[in-house]
Design a protein around this ligand. Structure first.
Ligand SMILES: [Fe+2]
Length: 194
């Protein structure tokens, strides 16, 4: 990838039928086995993984220099599904450079953005076609698909922001989204490690 200041303008196009970005840039796919430990119902995880390893989400990262003046951007999709009563979701992360925000524009589907600040505050915003969600600096963020079609969104963030997955991998998030009587409900995460 070019690192110079004269990096060329780019166009990418997202196909809403195939759910693919062209050119694809860097495609990252997360299967259940990549995040099996994050779900509440560990018996159900084991049961599913004995049969197959479903794709939970994937994202197309447009290849942009990872420097402060650039804007990384991606199109992501979380597939519909549940592990027990818990909806498919992204792993969730803080940014490595804490002082960097992110904006999400939802293109399709239904979901929730679960956020948690470094001070331990929590916030949950609805995601649906047309919502623009702002994630301020120092807030971890995870997207949860509460609908029955792919949750598709575009996100943009500072080029050098980086991803810190480790904190959420170790501690989890305080709030989780479960299905109750056919509807998404917010619950305290009994497995959260403070
Ligand atoms: Fe992010």
């Amino acid at each position: 990838m070019e690192k110079d200041k004269l990096f060329r303008p780019l166009n990418s196009i997202f196909d809403f039928t195939s759910l693919e970005l062209n050119p694809p840039g860097e495609l990252i796919v997360r299967n259940l086995s990549d995040m099996d430990f994050m779900y509440q119902d560990q018996d159900r995880v084991t049961e599913i993984l004995q049969k197959n390893d479903p794709v939970i989400y994937r994202f197309y990262n447009v290849e942009i220099p990872e420097t402060a003046g650039h804007l990384q951007h991606c199109v992501s999709m979380v597939f519909p599904g549940k592990i027990g009563r818990e909806y498919y979701m992204t792993k969730g992360h803080f940014h490595e450079i804490e002082d960097t925000a992110e904006a999400y524009f939802t293109l399709r589907g239904q979901g929730r953005m679960v956020m948690q600040s470094t001070e331990g505050k929590t916030d949950i915003k609805e995601m649906k076609k047309g919502t623009i969600t702002y994630v301020p600096p120092r807030w971890a963020h995870r997207c949860v698909n509460t609908g029955n079609q792919p949750l598709v969104f575009f996100a943009v963030y500072r080029g050098d922001a980086g991803h810190n997955y480790g904190i959420i991998e170790k501690k989890g998030m305080k709030k989780i989204i479960l299905e109750e009587k056919g509807k998404p409900v917010i619950k305290d995460n009994p497995r959260y490690k403070n």
